[in-house]
Design a protein around this ligand. Structure first.
Ligand code: 3H9
Length: 694
């Protein structure tokens, strides 16, 4: 017994309570405690049943992820599960909160499962680059059948109590205190004389067409291997005796534990939680936000308003004309209709959000009572400054004034007000009610409680919020700019935009940079290039072929033509051969003899540009920690989560190799590929980016 697991005897029932806050993860002390308590129950004269219950908000959230990658310590979880299942006593699990991964595996080793109506269960190991490793791939299929097990394990989704009951994962739903309800259920089973019912003794589930299931899962994983590996483990449950299936599961689990994907995904898991945990905000109370104003009702403003409404806050949306206000309302209604279709809100909620929670207006005065106003107007400094001086005039003292600019200098915007301490950047990503990322951009004079308010709003909206400092493009767009420049250089030197997109999607990016440009609108980057042109260093190498495309009126998806051609509003395009002409003309003009780039070379250059720029952002304090850069790229820019983000990729590649590759590239273009001094320092000191994560 340890202080993390305690034992109590109530008549002929032994209650074993796991108390390892915050989520009762199955660390070594918990495993040892569970084993000791099982021994004690079996040795305790007169005990006929064991009730397993979790303390606090949850049953068990799984193995302790922080132990992964370290030498495994006894007792091992698979052995513990077998030991629980083999107990001569009747073992009952009473589940509340979540029972995930190893938590569900422990429950499946019990002989009976009771759950609260709000309980959720799941085997989410694939999201950590793993498969269930304590019998989940062998026991779950014996309970729910092969098809349902494939669905649950390869998706890693959380299953609610009602569905879990229907599937047979839980035997009974009881509402109330988990221990009391568990005791009632256990007593009833004892009174009925219920026999132990080990899941491992159930018949093997029916086979599926495993090669087809494997191939489909592999394809869906877009390079992520764990879901497909899980299929092979589930297959074993249908083909092998239980003990051999367990050994096969163990073999696959161990193999995955050694992969970069496991490291990348666990890095993402902890980084997503660490981003909002900022030392300088500890103890800082956010300002209360109930009423939110949104200025501008275009795609972005309407998306932001939708996200805010869905979080249960009231919105006043300001537009210039009644017609524009009506259009904005329609856009929001369209977004909410999507949420209704996906079952996220009920028809009633849809109706009240539009009739009561949303107000559209053309009068600034209607923003006077807002607690926080988010400006989402055209990206033009003069326009933004006008908006902010109006907001300064109208908004109540203490209101937070936020801009959704993606590039512009927020210090300059704040200077248009008499209250720069209240001004902050809240950079949403389109569509704002869907995309998970929010950059909270802290300007020179932003007050700490205003920053805390940005994070609190992000949390209320269900976003992953990352702190960024002010610079052109903040974290995400500045990195995107750097790697897009590297891509443009490769195009000039011989690669095609489509080959670059293909190599990067094969690496795992959701889309390649040229397809992304088409989606965003080529005119946006064109405007940025024009804005930056007067400040460019003469050594900077800038491709002109994208300008030629814009001059010809091709702005990407919205005009049906960009790097790709889009037939009748289709989302997926085919390469636009006109682009080749522009590229070849520019190469000829510059006297460039095109050369081949392999997919690996393309990916390496693209990522090296990202890493070098990421290191510069860290030096400048725009990003506080490498993990902040990683989360921005994964949550907002389609970087494959299973690779952890660019800085994690660099660590896994080895920083000295990364630096020597950058130095080689600098021989051809010393201006663009100048190594970030921070990277040089880290290599000299033999340290990694991880060391800066704190
Ligand atoms: C597994 O079980 C393998 C087995 O099959 C085989 C083994 C042999 N370990 O997310 P939150 C921490 S793999 C350690 O903010 P929420 C988390 O870091 C595991 N720590 O709260 C955070 O710490 P901090 C399969 C964990 O309410 C704090 O708890 N299980 C673990 O939004 C609160 O977390 C999973 O993959 C853990 N397993 O969500 C479940 N889980 O306060 C992973 C959480 O220092 N966890 N922490 O930042 C989750 O999905 C969510 O955390 C959960 C709670 C839904 C539980």
């Amino acid at each position: 017994m340890t202080d993390k697991v305690n034992y109590r005897r109530l008549g002929d029932i032994a209650v074993i309570r796991i108390a390892n806050p915050p989520v009762n993860a199955l660390g070594q002390a918990v495993r040892a405690g569970l084993q000791d308590c099982m021994d004690r129950a079996e040795a305790d004269d007169g005990v006929r049943a064991v009730l397993l219950v979790g303390d606090g908000r949850t049953f068990i959230a799984g193995a302790d992820i922080r132990e992964f990658g370290k030498p495994p310590a006894e007792p091992h979880l698979p052995d513990l599960c077998n030991r629980i299942e083999a107990s001569p006593l009747l073992v009952v699990a009473s589940m509340h909160g979540v029972s995930l991964g190893g938590g569900l595996e422990v429950a499946l080793s019990a002989h009976y499962r009771v759950a609260q109506p709000s309980a959720r269960v799941g085997l989410p190991e694939v999201h950590l680059g793993l498969i269930p490793g304590a019998g989940g791939t062998q026991r779950l299929p014996r309970v729910v059948g092969s098809g349902a097990a494939v669905d649950m394990i390869t998706s890693g989704r959380h299953v609610g109590a009602a569905e879990a009951l229907a599937l047979g994962v839980v035997d009974e739903i009881r509402e109330g205190d988990p221990e009391e309800e568990g005791l009632v259920a256990t007593r009833a089973l004892l009174d009925k004389g219920m026999e132990r019912r080990p899941v491992s003794g159930l018949p093997s589930p029916a086979p599926l067409d495993w090669d087809a299931v494997y191939a489909a899962t592999l394809k869906k994983g877009r390079g992520q291997i764990s879901p497909a590996a899980a299929v092979r483990a589930i297959q074993a449950s249908t083909e092998l005796p239980f003990a051999e299936g367990l050994a096969e599961e163990r073999r696959i689990f161990r193999e995955l534990m050694e992969t970069d994907q496991r490291q990348g995904m666990i890095h993402s898991f902890f980084s997503e939680r660490a981003v909002s945990n900022l030392p300088d905000l500890r103890g800082v109370e956010p300002r209360a936000v109930g009423h939110v104003g949104v200025v501008g009702g275009g795609t972005m403003g309407a998306g932001i308003a939708t996200a805010v409404l869905l979080a249960g806050l009231n919105v006043v949306l300001l537009e210039m004309t009644p017609e524009a206000a009506d259009k904005a309302r329609n856009r929001i209604a369209g977004n909410l209709a999507g949420a209704l279709r996906r079952g996220k809100i009920s028809q009633d909620r849809y109706d009240t959000l539009l009739s009561d929670a949303l107000q559209t207006t053309t009068e600034y005065a209607d923003l006077s009572q807002a607690d926080l106003v988010i400006e989402a107007v055209f990206e033009d400094m003069a326009v933004k400054r006008d908006v902010f001086s109006e907001l300064d005039r109208i908004c109540r003292p203490g209101a937070v004034l936020a801009t959704n600019t993606s590039y512009l200098d927020i210090n300059e915007i704040a200077a248009a007000t008499s209250r720069p301490a209240d001004v902050i950047g809240l950079h949403f990503f389109s569509p704002a009610h869907i995309m998970k990322l929010l950059e909270v951009v802290v300007a020179e004079h932003t007050a700490p409680d205003v920053t805390a308010t940005g994070f609190a709003l992000g949390k209320a909206l269900g976003k992953i919020s990352v702190r960024a400092g002010v610079c052109d493009g903040f974290i995400g767009n500045r990195l995107l700019n750097a790697c897009r420049t590297a891509a443009d250089h490769m195009v000039l030197d011989g690669a095609s935009p489509w080959a670059i997109d293909k190599a990067l999607t094969e690496f795992g990016f959701a889309m390649g940079p040229f397809a992304v440009s088409d989606l965003a609108g080529l005119d946006i980057a064109w405007a940025t290039r024009k804005r930056l042109a007067p400040h460019r260093d003469p050594r900077e190498r800038v491709g002109r072929y994208p300008d030629r495309l814009c001059e010809a009126g091709h702005f990407g998806q919205k005009t049906g033509r960009g790097f790709y051609l889009y037939e009748d509003g289709m989302r997926a395009g085919t390469p636009n051969s006109d682009v080749t002409g522009f590229i070849e003309a520019e190469r000829a003009e510059l006297g460039i003899v095109p050369r081949d780039f392999s997919p690996d070379q393309i990916v390496a250059r693209y990522l090296l540009a990202m890493v070098n720029e990421g290191a510069k952002l860290l030096e400048e304090g725009i990003a506080r920690r490498p993990l902040d850069v990683d989360v921005v790229l994964v949550a907002g820019y389609g970087f494959p989560r299973y690779r952890g983000g660019p800085m994690k990729w660099a660590d896994m590649t080895g920083l000295s190799d990364v630096l020597s590759d950058i130095r080689k590239l600098a021989e051809g273009d010393a201006w663009f590929w100048k190594p970030a001094p921070l990277l040089e320092d880290l290599v000299r000191e033999g340290r990694s980016f991880e060391a800066l994560n704190g």
